[in-house]
Write a protein that binds this ligand. Structure first.
Ligand SMILES: [Zn+2]
Ligand SMILES: [Zn+2]
Ligand SMILES: [Zn+2]
Length: 326
């Protein structure tokens, strides 16, 4: 994620900031300008004279995005189709963290040139989110025809860490869930046409394989012994759809972290100078992630990026990166 500067005082700002700690300006995020802008009395006037308003969900989910509609909600918030009832205190306390991760995801997709088409524009297969509280019901995280379902309990650090250990996963975050699920959405929207589909199947395998049977096989037998030579995670071995989604999540992990590192001066090469994603991974990400893992160790923490990328996964990453438009 790029860093920003306060337009009032030039202080460095980060994506999450709603207030400039240096000059006290209230801030809003403009998706159109992909910038943090100063807000006065809840309003921002852009260069063309258009008036923007802070999203009505500011006090519901901490959203600072701007909307053209006075008293309305922003583009990111409008992607959420279902949220917990106001009376569900636990669900509502978990909601802001999930929404913050979702806003970051939207900016990442915008930055990479992936389409974010809402249900208002495409009621059949546009993107939307059901942010569900599992206080009174069982919620299964997943994607179907553009609808991403998130279990808000995954915002709870203690619970998520327990599940991570139980499942033997090296990494589990809300942002990671969103990146994985949106990977399913991207495959569903963009892997179309004979040539693209054929290349996708060549890399990820035959996606017509019975999904439930493959999942059952995975939970019975575990991953193939040589999975590390071909897959990024054991989860990816379950079914070609899961392999694609895991690969897409890693594509976003890598591209966002490399951009952040470049913005913070940890990487001196401009990431956009690389014509292939594969070269960026080999030339920048691998050494950077080794260094970041060691930095984490210096703080007594686990690896930041506890994964190894074998050659076939480089090919898969190159493919998902190639789906980005401009
Ligand atoms: Zn400022
Ligand atoms: Zn909003
Ligand atoms: Zn999945």
């Amino acid at each position: 994620m790029k860093s920003f500067r306060c337009r009032t005082c030039e202080n460095v700002l980060f994506f999450e900031n709603s207030l400039c700690v240096s000059c006290g300006s209230a801030l809003g995020f403009s998706r159109a300008e992909r910038a943090i802008v100063p807000v006065e009395d809840g309003q921002y006037v852009d260069a063309s004279g258009a008036v923007w308003h802070v999203c009505a969900n500011l006090n519901v989910s901490g959203c600072t995005w701007l909307t053209e509609l006075e008293g309305g909600t922003c583009f990111a918030c409008d992607l959420t189709r279902t949220r917990p009832a106001d009376t569900d205190a636990e669900g509502m306390s978990q909601f802001p963290a999930a929404e913050a991760a979702k806003r970051r995801l939207v900016v990442e997709l915008d930055t990479r040139g992936f389409p974010v088409v809402g249900r208002d524009e495409d009621p059949e297969s546009g993107l939307c989110f059901d942010m569900l509280s599992s206080v009174d019901q069982n919620v299964v995280i997943g994607h179907a025809d553009g609808v991403i379902t998130i279990d808000l309990a995954e915002s709870d650090d203690a619970r998520r860490e327990r599940v991570r250990v139980d499942l033997g996963e090296p990494y589990r975050t809300m942002l990671g869930h969103l990146r994985h699920e949106v990977g399913h959405y991207i495959e569903y929207r963009l892997v179309q046409g004979d040539e693209v589909l054929a290349r996708c199947r060549e890399l990820f395998g035959d996606d017509t394989a019975d999904y439930q049977a493959e999942i059952d096989r995975h939970y019975d037998e575990g991953p193939p012994e040589d999975w590390e030579e071909r897959f990024i995670t054991t989860y990816a071995t379950m079914h070609p759809f899961e392999d694609f989604a895991e690969t897409f999540a890693h594509y976003l992990h890598i591209s966002d972290t490399v951009d952040t590192a470049a913005e913070q001066g940890l990487v001196t090469i401009n990431p956009s100078a690389f014509s292939s994603f594969r070269d960026l991974v080999v030339g920048v990400w691998v050494p950077l992630s080794v260094a970041l893992n060691q930095i984490n160790k210096s703080m007594g923490k686990d690896d930041l990026y506890p994964f190894v990328i074998p050659d076939p996964v480089l090919e898969k990453l190159e493919f998902v990166a190639s789906l980005a438009g401009d």
